[in-house]
Design a protein. Structure first.
Lengths: 114, 115
């Protein structure tokens, strides 16, 4: 059973048109992450939530925002997508409280910008 | 700051042959080490992890990795690959002082298994 679910699987948007990607989890984990993975590159952390506390990476563009209305859901908002934002967006979760908890990844949303 | 280097961007290998994927890291503090696999158009799946203890770590699908602190390496091996092992493999580190468990990934190694 899928534990980290990302919708949609593929998303096409237009240059400059706001788009929202969604992630839900059934693990009740307290941390949720958003990674951006461009073609043939390593995943890059954009930000993460610890419960409702938002933590932005220093080099994440302002164009990217996130919302976490409750434990189960987290959204990635791209306010004005550019061609360079085309990528796979990966959501992941983990539970803080031990050592080196592994991250559970969703299957990703492949974003295309036309 | 920590960094992860995967020395091979692509590794072609014949079915039933062994494979080794190399990973080196640098960090001023101790780290946890991970290998993830990504099949085409899918998310990442954990293969194995090193937190402490035995330096030889066994993971899923017959993979194993060995942590070498002196060489700051964490190479991944499989003695006999299958066609289904064709995928992208990522080495990653997490600082033990980082309670968030954030991962720093290497650039990935594409493994292509042919009959």
């Amino acid at each position: 059973d899928a534990m980290v679910i990302q919708n949609p699987r593929y998303q096409v948007t237009q240059f400059g048109k706001p788009v929202t990607l969604s992630c839900s989890q059934t693990l009740n984990h307290n941390v949720m992450y958003w990674y951006q993975q461009k073609s043939s590159q390593a995943p890059k952390l954009l930000f993460h939530y610890y419960d409702k506390d938002f933590n932005n990476e220093a080099d994440t563009p302002d164009n990217f925002q996130s919302r976490r209305p409750n434990t189960s859901f987290c959204f990635l908002d791209i306010r004005s997508p550019g061609l360079g934002d085309a990528a796979m967006y990966l959501c992941a979760t983990s539970q803080i409280g031990g050592f080196g908890e592994k991250l559970f990844f969703g299957s990703g949303t492949q974003l295309s910008v036309l | 700051a920590q960094s992860v280097t995967q020395l091979d961007s692509q590794v072609p290998v014949f079915e039933e042959a062994p494979v080794e994927l190399r990973c080196n890291y640098s960090s001023s503090v101790s780290v946890y080490l991970f290998w993830y696999v990504q099949y085409p158009n899918q998310g990442l799946q954990l293969l194995l992890k090193y937190l402490s203890g035995s330096t030889l770590v066994k993971g899923i699908n017959g993979f194993e990795a060995e942590f070498n602190k002196s060489q700051t390496s964490f190479h991944l091996r499989k003695p006999s690959v299958h066609i289904s092992d064709t995928a992208e493999y990522f080495c990653a580190v997490s600082l033990i002082t980082d309670s968030w468990g954030k991962l720093q990934f290497g650039a990935g190694t594409q493994v292509v298994v042919t009959p």
